[in-house]
Design a binder for this molecule. Sequence first.
Ligand code: KIV
Ligand code: ZN
Length: 510
Amino acid sequence: MSRKIIVLDTTLRDGEQVPGAKLNVQQKMEVAQQLKRLNVDIIEAGFPASSAGDFQAVREIARTVGDSVSITALARAVKSDIDAVYESVKIAQNPLIHIVLGTSNIHVEKKFNRSKDAVMQMGVDAVKYAKTLLPNVQYSTEDASRSDFEYLWRTIEAVVKAGATMINVPDTVGFAVPEEFGDLIRRINERLKNLNENVVLSVHCHNDLGLATANTLSAIKNGAEKVECTINGLGERAGNASLEEVVMGIKVRESHYNCYTDIRTQEIMRTSRLVSHMTGLDVQVNKAITGENAFAHSSGIHQDGLLKDKRVYEILSPEEVGAESMELILTARSGRHAFKNAVEKMGFEAGEGEDFEALFQKFLTLADAKKEVYDHDVFYLVTNHRTIDQSDKQLFELESFQVVSNDRHPTATVSLKKGSEIVTDSAVGDGPIDALYSVIKSLVGLDVELKDYKINSLSRGKEAIGRVNIRIEHQGKMYSGRAMDTDIIKASALAFLNGVNAALLDVVHA
Ligand code: KIV
Ligand code: ZN
């Protein structure tokens, strides 16, 4: 009989740990809403003990989508972390506490400097404490794939006896290979089912050797009942197992894996685009399932075969993952219904009443100016509306700018608006962008360092649009900002300000 595989999405926890991918509370909620539409079983919404902002985001997600999706968050094996998880997820219908503690020799010796038995006892105590708060507790044996098997098993046995309801086996550093990882899961599964057949066996794979999806699928073949993944494979270093690859692997090869997930696969592309837009991290063009070229056939032989029968070269159709007709073209005549539909198609909540009306009026202004409004325009309209207009914090807006480029003294003069205050200044730089960023830096009064600046052209519509992506560092943290405009200098200024605003929002919530 076909088994159901539980899908936990950890884009908002492991994925958000990527430098520069930091999302604010509003953005996390937008992603969580889309994960709900995607129909994931569990959302890992964050690491609430890490900051007040993360705590608030997890709590808001539990409050808004926790009615139908199980919500969890990460805790180290310490009481204060477990309390933070409990307080932030408890409002959800089906809350889960996730505890992580290392089991490999290197973790036990170097991270904790305690005996193996003492570390195991920490885990047992943590589970016992978590069980006084909630019935569902997941225990992750961090760095499991590099752990001594008998110690790993003793730990699993002890925490299951203490009440853990899910055991998660992570390949934390992406060291495993499919045959070996599958074997590890098979051995754990055999013993676990003898110990307590109701405990769920889960896996969490990282992609350091490019094997995260393969290892996850191998684990499924060998008995894993739950997988932990991220959208676009985001995550620490080379990332995590990508949700879209694991889910479509199971679906396309159902007869091989003999299992299924409840993921609404038609929502995959929308979710991928939303996460990419929000984090500012592009999806590699040839990325399986969600890359721009994933369904593009260029060779003449392939095109000829496809015209005869799609199945000649296509193992899954773009429609199955929602990749067809993603582009929307709206005009000032499109009307409220079409606009609302466009906003929702991008994975956003359109809002209601006055909020929606204010957004719609901005759309009309834009449509009057641009004539054709594309989905990237809709994206910026909605995100700016949500971050600037609805933030309780005053953020920076670009009021006006003038940049003079020459080979002697490139100069920029910029006026920024913050609330009702307008500030203006000028600066000289090595080039026009350097001058622009120097003056913005002095106007915002934050000690930010530009780490990365990228400009691409987008050739949709009648205008040539420049898309600018920047990453800045502020107080040791990375923030990203993106903007598009027909004027690349303006796009550069807006992207920088978006990065600065992201840093400001983070400080507010921290
Ligand atoms: O990679 C890892 O080990 C983790 C755990 C918290 C599951 O992210
Ligand atoms: Zn991880």
